[in-house]
Design a protein around this ligand. Structure first.
Ligand code: NAP
Length: 465
């Protein structure tokens, strides 16, 4: 009778604790007050998972593992230091690496074990390499579009969806044949090669504007392929971690699509972001009112209720600490200041929450869109800081607008609206914003950080930008 190695129970317990920590990590990350604990739990879980794997008795030589650890750390550490605004493309690169790893492991498993593969294991291996390969090239394309090293605009041609889906169908059909005949080694490259091409073709027709949602979906694919790898390798930890990743990525994509009033189908096949120039043209004819920092500070000082609406421009300018200084200055004068959080403000989910938490703005001052929209009519000043699309009233009133139906913050209902941005340039969706031409709106042209610094200086604070 084969006896288990002495380290096996330790490995199993380590994996159990790691799985529990992954689940708790996701739970804790869903609230700002426990998010830090959630990140720590995830980190400890991953450390235990790696530690347990290194104890596996099947490992005969640690040399290659050590080399891979050094190489991986050499790539991972600089990747962890990118600017906050580059996190979406950094995340896409992480998915690409994970998916490549899953594909390579699946390929090695197939050639080591073929033809002794049960239909179930062959099905898991096929799912693993198909999802892994398409996620690898798809994520690289998504990162390239977000980093603007590839054209952001959707590239479309007639019959594109049919070509793409046919390719995928061929790969699935070949996988079906391999499940019945796992000894047909010559066919295996087909279920790696076609999805690699499919990953590129799948992203080409999707505009840069939809990349964050697509990345979240690719995250889900990477998780599902890792779960399939767990079945192939008989690892419960991988099944749990992959399933968590797969389902949370999918839920996030649904939330993001909903907040943009888009369906999945529209994101994946709608080529959004193509017809944007006509809406922006013609804005020259309309006039706007602008104001200086001292005028803006006088208006803020006279207000009782102020709602700050942060957006992508606050992230670009890294203005969150200046926002905190303004919050302190106004609160000291007895002005009630709250922050309106739109679910897709910025470029990734929770972007504004993270930045405002970094500047130590109290959590209870952050109010979700649905809870604050009813209060704008009683608000003296809505101060929009680098937000554009999420405040665009055309989403409610103009059925021809590309963002028609997207829920927005009802900023235009405030008594005075002040908008800090550098120019009249459009935001992410590439469309004009009628909010800027309203009588009650004052444009505060400038970089968010330096303009806020000038306002804070009027209150006796401020300093270096
Ligand atoms: P936005 O519509 O992209 O507008 C950002 C504005 O910030 C721009 O109009 C820009 O105008 C201004 N800006 C840029 N740099 C600035 C600086 N240094 N100082 C001051 N202003 C600056 O942003 P948003 O209102 O936050 O809306 C987010 C958009 O992203 C939505 O369309 C949403 O659907 C999309 N999106 C978000 C997510 C997500 O998960 N958060 C995912 C997918 C898509 P100037 O150039 O004139 O300064």
């Amino acid at each position: 009778m084969n006896s288990l190695p002495a380290s096996q129970p330790i490995i199993e317990i380590t994996y159990l604790i790691a799985s529990t920590l992954f689940i708790l990590s996701l739970k804790w990350m869903s609230s700002p007050s426990t998010a830090r604990r959630g990140v720590r739990a995830g980190e400890v879980g991953m450390l235990l998972a790696i530690g347990g794997t290194l104890l596996q008795h099947g490992i005969v030589d640690y040399k290659w593992i050590a080399i891979a650890l050094v190489l991986g750390s050499g790539i991972g550490i600089p990747l962890g230091l990118v600017q906050m605004t580059a996190v979406p493309q950094r995340t896409a690169l992480s998915h690409a690496f994970g998916a490549l790893c899953v594909t390579l492991v699946g390929t090695a498993e197939f050639y080591l074990r073929s033809p002794d593969l049960s239909p179930f294991i062959m099905a898991a291996l096929s799912m693993e390499v198909i999802l892994g390969s398409l996620t690898f090239t798809g994520s690289l394309m998504a990162a390239g579009k977000l980093q603007e090293v590839l054209p952001q605009r959707p590239l479309t041609y007639k019959g594109q969806n049919l070509v793409n889906l046919s390719l995928l169908a061929i790969a699935v059909a070949v996988a079906g044949y391999l499940i019945m005949h796992p000894g047909a080694k010559q066919l295996f490259p087909v279920i790696v090669g076609i999805p690699l091409v499919f990953g590129v073709l799948m992203i080409i027709p999707i505009g840069g504007a939809d990349m964050p949602t697509v990345i979240s979906l690719l995250n889900s694919y990477a998780g599902l392929s890792a779960a399939a790898m767990g079945f192939g390798l008989g690892s419960k930890l991988l099944i749990v971690a992959g399933a968590l990743d797969g389902s949370s990525g999918l839920i996030l994509s649904v939330i993001m699509s909903k907040a943009m009033n888009r369906s999945f189908g529209n994101v994946l096949f709608g080529a959004f972001g193509q017809v944007q120039t006509s809406a922006v043209a013609g804005q020259e004819a309309k006039s706007v009112r602008s104001a200086t920092a001292d005028e803006a500070s006088a208006i803020l000082a006279a207000a009782n209720k102020v709602v700050v609406v942060p957006g992508y421009g606050m992230a670009v300018a890294q203005a969150q600490h200046k926002v905190r200084e303004l919050y302190d200055a106004l609160s000291k004068r007895g002005v009630e200041v709250r922050f309106a959080i739109h679910p897709v403000a910025g470029r990734m989910p929770g972007h504004m929450n993270v930045l405002l938490a970094e500047a130590d703005i109290p959590y209870d001052k952050l109010v979700e869109m649905d809870d604050i929209n009813g209060d704008f009519a009683q608000t003296d000043v809505a101060l929009v800081i680098g937000a554009n699309d999420v405040t665009n009233p055309a989403a409610r009133t103009d059925s021809s607008s590309p963002i028609y139906g997207m829920p927005v913050l009802d900023v235009n209902k405030a008594r005075t609206v002040m908008v800090i941005k550098r120019s009249m340039s459009p935001g992410f969706a590439g469309i004009d914003n009628p909010l800027y031409y309203m009588d009650r709106t004052l444009m505060l042209f400038g970089d968010a950080k330096s303009f806020l610094n000038d306002i804070v200086r009027e209150f006796g604070g401020g300093g270096q930008n």
